[in-house]
Design a protein around this ligand. Structure first.
Ligand SMILES: NC(=O)C1=CN([C@@H]2O[C@H](COP(=O)(O)OP(=O)(O)OC[C@H]3O[C@@H](n4cnc5c(N)ncnc54)[C@H](O)[C@@H]3O)[C@@H](O)[C@H]2O)[C@@H](O)CC1
Ligand SMILES: Nc1ncnc2c1ncn2[C@@H]1O[C@H](COP(=O)(O)OP(=O)(O)O)[C@@H](O)[C@H]1O
Ligand SMILES: [K+]
Length: 469
C-alpha cells in the first residue's frame, strides 16, 4: 500500500503541540471550543469515509476520548448510526463535559460488539502505557473485525514522538499538525493514510512533509549549459553511473557527461561519454565552469582510483552530490573533507552509509539534523521515511513512497535527479527536495514491482507536470 501523507504539512512533537495549544488558550480560546473544532473536523472525515456504515467510537480517559465523544455526537446529528465504547471516564475539564453530552448508546469497551467502522479515540499524544491483557485482547478483536479503522490523532498505543508502541489504523486523522509518529519508521506505516485536520492552532515549526516543487522557468534563450550541465563520475561499477546519468537527463538536465576510465556503453546516445585514460584526468574534465553539478559515488568502488576521483571532485569548485561508495570513503571525516561552504554539497546516505559517517543518536529527525549541522551539507537520509536536513536546521520528510524503490540502482537514479535539479539553477523550489519528490512521485506511479531502468521515463513525465516559476 502506498500511504497518502499530506504535502507541506507541519510536524511537531507532543511537547510542541501542547505548547501551541497552551498559547492559543492564553489568547482566551477555551478548551471546549478547540475540542469541538477537532471533533467537527474528524466527524466530517469519518462520515465521508464510513459511507453510512455503523460506527463504533472507542473513547478513552483523556482529551483524545473527549474528541471521540464530540465525534459521536456530531455523527449522530448527521444520522450516522453510532455508538460509544468507553475505556475509563474523563474525570474533569472539556473531555468530561463532552462525555456528559453524549446521550446515545454506550457500553464499556470490554463489552463492545464488532462494528464495520471503528474510530479509535482511546489515547492521543499523552504518554501511552501498555493496555492490560484483557483490554488488549478485546481491542485487537474489535480492530480485526473492522473493515475500516480510523484513529484520532494517533493509533492508540503509539508514542507521538517516536512511533514506538502497538496501535494500528487504516487512516489516522492528525490534529493540528503531524507528529513524528506519523512519518517515522514502523510507527508511520502503522498509521495508514494520514489526513491533517486543520484546527487553526498556529504551530511554528521548521519540520515539514515534502511538497510538490516549482521548477525554474527557462529563459527564451535557454541552452544546454544553462539548463544544467552535469558531470557524473563513473567508477568500478559503470552501470550505476549510467543510471545516475540517465536519471539526470530524465530530470531535465541539458548536458550530462559520464566521465570515467570505462564509462558504461549503450543508449541513450544523449549521454555524453567522456572516457579518460587515468583517474587523474578527471581534473581536466572538471576544469569547466559550465558544469553546474558533479555527481560522484554511484558505483564508484573503493579502490585507489575511487580515492583519486573523489579527491579531484572535492577539490573542484562545483556543487556536489555525493552518494554510495563516496560516502563510505568519506566516513567520519566528511566535515573536514567537504570543507567550507563555498558551494552546495548534498550527501545521500542510506541508513548503513549514514551510520558509517555520523553519530546516529536519537530518532531519525534528530540524528539527520545534527549531521547536517555538523557537516555543513544538505543530507538526504534515505529509506521509507527519507529525511532531508539542511545546515540551518530545517527538515523535510518524504514518506508514503512506493516500497518498490527498494531495488539496487534506485538510489543511483536519485543522485542523478538531484544533480540535474541542482545544475538547473535557482528560481524554483529547493533542488534537493525537488529531486527527492520527483523520484518518489515517479515511483508512486509505477506498479509494486518495477525495474529501475523503467523509472526515468516516468520521472520525465513528473518534471513536465510540475509548475514553473
Ligand atoms: N490539549 C487540547 O486542548 C486538545 C487536545 N486534543 C486531544 O487531546 C489529546 C491529548 O490528550 P491527553 O493529554 O489527555 O492525552 P490522551 O488522550 O492520550 O490520554 C492520556 C490519558 O490516558 C491515560 N492512559 C494512558 N495509557 C493508558 C492505559 N494503558 N490504560 C489506562 N489509561 C491510560 C493517561 O494516564 C492519561 O490520563 C490529543 O491527542 C488530541 O486528541 C484535541 O481535543 C484538541 C485540543
Ligand atoms: N521500503 C522503502 N519504501 C520506500 N522507499 C524506499 C524503500 N527502501 C528504499 N527506498 C528508497 O530507494 C532508494 C534506495 O537507495 P539506495 O539504498 O542508495 O540503493 P542503491 O544504492 O542500490 O541504488 C532510496 O531513495 C530510498 O529512499
Ligand atoms: K487515538
Amino acid at each position: 500500500m502506498i500511504r497518502r501523507v499530506p504535502e507541506g504539512a507541519p510536524i511537531v512533537n507532543a511537547a510542541q503541540m501542547r505548547a501551541a495549544e497552551e498559547a492559543l488558550f492564553a489568547t482566551g480560546m477555551s478548551q471546549d471550543t478547540l475540542m469541538e473544532r477537532a471533533g467537527a473536523a474528524v466527524a466530517e472525515q469519518v462520515s465521508r469515509l464510513a459511507g453510512g456504515r455503523p460506527v463504533l467510537v472507542l473513547a478513552g480517559p483523556g482529551n483524545n476520548g473527549g474528541d471521540g465523544y464530540v465525534v459521536a455526537r456530531l455523527l449522530a446529528a448527521r444520522s450516522v448510526p453510532v455508538s460509544v465504547a468507553r475505556f475509563g471516564q474523563p474525570k474533569a475539564g472539556a473531555a468530561a463535559r463532552m462525555a456528559a453530552q453524549w446521550d446515545g448508546p454506550v457500553c464499556d469497551l470490554i463489552a463492545a460488539q464488532p462494528h464495520p467502522v471503528v474510530v479509535d479515540a482511546l489515547l492521543g499524544i499523552g504518554i501511552p502505557r501498555p493496555f492490560d491483557d484483557g483490554i488488549a485482547a478485546k481491542l485487537s478483536a474489535i480492530m480485526a473485525a473492522a473493515a475500516l479503522r480510523i484513529a484520532i490523532d494517533l493509533p492508540s498505543g503509539r508514542h507521538a514522538d517516536t512511533g514506538d508502541g502497538s496501535g494500528r489504523a487504516d487512516v489516522t486523522i492528525a490534529l493540528g499538525a503531524l507528529k513524528p509518529a506519523h512519518v517515522l519508521g514502523e510507527g508511520g506505516a502503522a498509521c495508514g493514510h494520514i489526513l491533517l485536520a486543520d484546527i487553526a492552532v498556529p504551530v511554528p515549526t521548521d519540520v515539514l512533509t515534502i511538497a510538490a516543487p516549482v521548477l525554474p522557468k527557462w529563459r527564451y534563450d535557454v541552452n544546454k549549459f544553462s539548463r544544467g550541465m552535469i558531470a557524473v563520475v563513473s567508477g568500478a561499477m559503470p552501470g550505476a553511473g549510467w543510471l545516475a546519468g540517465r536519471a539526470a537527463l530524465a530530470a531535465g538536465a541539458g548536458y550530462v557527461q559520464l566521465v570515467g576510465t570505462a564509462p558504461a556503453e549503450g543508449a541513450p546516445h544523449a549521454l555524453v561519454r567522456r572516457t579518460i585514460t587515468r583517474a587523474t584526468d578527471l581534473e581536466a574534465v572538471l576544469d569547466d565552469d559550465r558544469i553546474g553539478a558533479v555527481v560522484i559515488g554511484p558505483g564508484l568502488g573503493r579502490d585507489e582510483d575511487a580515492h583519486t576521483l573523489l579527491d579531484i571532485a572535492l577539490a573542484s569548485p562545483h556543487d556536489l552530490v555525493i552518494d554510495g561508495d563516496a560516502l563510505t570513503l568519506l566516513g567520519r571525516s566528511v566535515a573536514e573533507r567537504i570543507g567550507a561552504d563555498r558551494r552546495r554539497v548534498c550527501l545521500t546516505p542510506h541508513a548503513g552509509e549514514f551510520a558509517r559517517m555520523f553519530d546516529s543518536a536519537g530518532d531519525k529527525l534528530t540524528a539527520t539534523r545534527a549531521a547536517a549541522q555538523a557537516s555543513g551539507a544538505t543530507i538526504v537520509h534515505k529509506g521509507p521515511d527519507t529525511v532531508i536536513a539542511y545546515p540551518d536546521g530545517r527538515l523535510i520528510v518524504s514518506t508514503g513512497t512506493n516500497p518498490g524503490l527498494s531495488t539496487a540502482g534506485s538510489g543511483d537514479l536519485l543522485a542523478g535527479i538531484i544533480g540535474a535539479r541542482m545544475a538547473a539553477g535557482d528560481g524554483g523550489s529547493d533542488p534537493v527536495a525537488a529531486g527527492v519528490w520527483l523520484h518518489a512521485r515517479a515511483a508512486n506511479h509505477m506498479d509494486a514491482v518495477f525495474a529501475v531502468d523503467a523509472l526515468p521515463d516516468r520521472i520525465t513525465q513528473e518534471v513536465n507536470a510540475c509548475p514553473t516559476r
